[in-house]
Design a binder for this molecule. Structure first.
Ligand code: OAD
Length: 243
């Protein structure tokens, strides 16, 4: 059977599905993936050097400005057919969990409800010291702005390399991975842990693992079904299959 038909047929009767998404799912909305070359002003910077607590300590202005640039790009982006297909799939499958590494909020904007944001959300800002959420109207202006309560720099509420994930979120993602019949990994390079461990947890519990990506990743060799191509084309083909 061709792999798309195989996936469609498996999904048709599935009662529990977990999906892990990465920045490839937002690529067709115009949000650059993490490992893509940066453009314009940022072409000489490697995101891996900017998304760390050390970078923020060394040069908070640079890191804040990079996030401002990303926030602006994301603010202009709209959900694409991949996001919409996942929101449709959630309506069809009784037990559905969407686990995302993306910080852009586009899954919720597309209507997805049961979403676990492993790496936080770029639209929220927190105090770098107290970790409390601060609304923009309360920022003490500056680059970066400062906390109105303690004067520390504010930062985006995202997980940086070397930081731990928000409490409880990874645990909930692991539980969904271990309990699903089908696990879909879409648009992620499958190299950033602990997120990258989720398809293996699913596999060990007997789930069928489907990968959607135009390129090879470390997961490709072990996935049960590999669908080559863009998430914006493949996910709508899968999600409309039950109608
Ligand atoms: P990456 O930039 O590492 O990988 C994007 C993946 O999407 C690659 O495997 C591409 O082949 C694939 N891709 C590109 N276009 C696609 C499309 N149209 N449809 C489907 N797939 C496509 O992004 P992530 O895997 O999300 O973490 O990166 C994981 C984490 O590393 C990010 O959350 C971020 C990052 O550094 C933190 O900031 C902690």
């Amino acid at each position: 059977m061709n792999p798309t038909r195989e996936a469609v047929s498996a999904l048709r009767n599935a009662r529990s599905v977990a999906v892990l998404t990465g920045s490839g799912v937002s690529a067709e909305s115009g949000v650059p993936t993490f490992r893509d070359a940066q453009t314009g002003l940022w072409e000489n910077y490697d995101p891996m050097d900017l998304a760390t607590p050390e970078a923020f300590a060394r040069n908070p202005e640079l890191v804040w400005e990079w996030y401002e640039w990303r926030r602006k790009l994301i603010g202009e982006a709209k959900p694409n057919p991949a996001h919409e297909a996942l929101s449709e799939l959630e309506k069809r499958v009784p037990d559905f969990t969407l686990i995302t590494q993306n910080v852009d909020g586009l899954h919720r904007e597309a209507g997805s409800e049961n979403v676990l944001e492993l790496h936080g959300n770029i639209h929220r800002t927190v105090c770098s010291k107290e970790r409390t959420t601060i609304e923009p109207e309360n920022f003490i202006e500056g680059t970066p702005p400062k906390c109105p309560n303690c004067g520390a720099f504010l930062r985006p509420d995202v997980v940086w390399f070397g930081e731990t994930l928000p409490v409880g979120v990874m645990e909930a993602a692991s539980e969904a991975a271990r309990n699903c019949e089908i696990f879909i990994s879409a648009g992620t390079s499958s190299v950033v842990y602990p997120a990258a461990s989720l398809p293996y947890e699913a596999m060990e519990s007997g789930s069928l693992v489907i990968e959607i990506n135009p390129d090879d990743t470390p997961l490709t060799a072990v996935a049960d079904i590999v669908l080559r191509g863009s998430a914006g084309e493949i996910l709508p083909a899968l999600s409309s299959s039950g109608e």
